[in-house]
Structure formats: structure tokens, C-alpha cells
Design a protein around this ligand. Sequence first.
Ligand code: MG
Length: 384
Amino acid sequence: MAMKKNICILGSTGSIGTNSLNVIKTFNDKFKVRILSAKNNIKLLENQIKEFQPQIVAVSEYDAAVQLRKKINKKIKILSGTDGLIEAASDPGVDIVINSLVGFSGLHPTIEAIKNGKIIALANKETLVAAGSVIMPMLKKYGATLIPIDSEHSAILQCLIGEKAENINRIILTASGGPFLHTPKNKFIKITKAEALKHPNWSMGNKITIDSATMMNKGLEVIEAHWLFNVPAEKIDVLIHPQSIIHSMVEFIDGSFKAQLGMPDMRMPIQYALSYPDRLPANYQRVNFSSLGKITFYEPDKNKFECLQLAYNVLKKGGTAPAVLNATNEVAVEKFLSGDLPFHKIPRLISAAIEKIKSIKNPSIEDIEKADRLAREFAHKNIH
Ligand code: MG
């Protein structure tokens, strides 16, 4: 029997993290948890440690790491802080790193995992949005593999198997449209946190749920698709498909389309990332086409969902502009959730930052980090 693959999960207490553990539990003859990590949810982490018996845990908040030390088996190594995440991502005993960290904080662990030639199952799309121009050449240089967990990109990856790059006409990213698909723009001013956190199809963390409500999530995914599949912005379209059954499609030069379908269940793209390029038998709920009735499609309204347009703009602009968009968006979402920024002002803040902060061409990691820092400062200063 083949050796079990050792897994490191960065962000094991979040939505992707818990779904990943669910997959690993189902296939415990193939995968073994070596490292778990959380920011500060010690209670859930403690339960996960009991169940999955990792050798190492990484806790990014120091106080939480101290708390955990008192509660668990002394044989388990505890890492803390950002350095702990980096050590976890580069651990020699790890085969696959699942990166489900939220936001720009996922960048450095991804880089470390690449430098150590790991297989990276990436749910942290912000890494590619901000630093795709640096990450993609690095993968080649170090012989590392990056497999998307994002359902749309997992779909495209599956559609492109056996296909030549020159035969791609268009990538079509499907989008649920979020909770405000049918809300007129003049009502955006009144949108509350509770309304924005109610996603119709997917149960996810707060950051991505708000990104779905503004459709910034789809914008970030357009940029992510550009880097993963080396396709220009003009050849990446977004199509609203509220049922989230078609996870994305590729149109080829002969007019033929390939789509990947399935129920909206994150365990499927997670499992595919872990078993890629192979598949494993699973019992997740299947699509029942005859009871589905109809599936529908709409053009996205980029005037209403300005964040989606902004993402296309920065992708065309290139350089550090996507990093600025990403950083400002992270602050904007945080401020919306804390009640300090109204929903309709999220795109305005981002647009102002993109205009104000000069984009640097062919950026280094340091340039990207600086752009990220400047954008955050700008966002904090201009929130009111
Ligand atoms: Mg997605």
C-alpha cells in the first residue's frame, strides 16, 4: 500500500479547515494530519487535536498559544506567531499544505511551502491576487505544485485536463450572484451586516461571505484564474448562475464548451485537490438533474457590483495594483463588519486607493508588501 500523505492545514478551525478534516477522516487510509493551525479558536483546535493527533500545532496569536500549552499533551510541539505558520508550511515531514488562511497573511506561508517543493492546496486566493506575478514563476523554479481549492478554479482545472492552452477561447467563471443579486443599487445604502452575511448557497467564513455580497469575491477569482491558467483578462468572463451547480466552464476555439458540475459542497474541490490528478470514491450528495428543474443564467451587472469592475481594472493595470485592491478590500470588509463603513462605500474606498497609490511594474515581493502596507494605511485614513 502507498504511504499515507502527511497534511498540514493552515487555518484548520475555519470553514475550509473543518471541511478538509472531514475529507481526511473519510480517507484516513490515504491521508494523515501532521500539522494543525489556528489563529485563536483554541476550543475547536483542542477538539481537533484530540481527534486527529497531529505532531505539531501552530497558533498565530501568542496568548492563545500559551493557553493551548496548558491544555494539551506535552509531546505535541506548539509553534506560535507568523514564524510558526512559516515553520509549519516548510516542515520536512509534510507532503501537502492546505492553505486556508484568510487574506494577505497567507502569502508568506505559501512562499515557504513553494520553496520547500510542497504540494499546495490553495484556498487562500488573496495570495495569488496580490502576488501572482511572483508566485507563478517561483512554482516552476522550485518544482512545487499549486492546486486550487476554490470551486471555480477546481472546475476549470478539471475542464482543462488534456487540452492545449492555445485552444482555450474563454474561461467562464460562474457566480451565485450573492444575496443582493436582485436588490436595486439604490437600496445598497441600507444593507446591514446580517443581510450581507446571509449567503444563498455556500456556508463560508465572514471575509469571503462579504466578498460574495459585493461580488469582489468573483473579481478576486478573475485575477486568480488569470494567474493559475495564464489567460488574459479579456478571455475571462463571469456568468451569474444562482443555483451554483455548474462550478465553471471553458469555451474552446471550436465552439465547444466543457463544464464541471456538482452540488455546492466544498468537500468535493478539497478532496480533488488532495487526490489530484486521481479521484477517490465519495458519497457526497449528487446532482439530481430531473428534480433540479431549471438552471438559470444572467449577465453580471458591473455597474451595480462595482467591485467586480475594479478587479478587471487592476488586472489590466497590472503591477502592484491588484495588491492595492486586495489590501484595501480587506480593510473595507473588516470596517464594514465592525459597523464603521457602510456597504455601498466599500468600492469607493477601494477605487480611491487604486487611484492614489502608484502601481509598480514587475514588482518584487518587497514591492508587493509595501503596496499592501500603503493601501492599508490609506484605507484606515480615508474610512470616514
Ligand atoms: Mg469560489
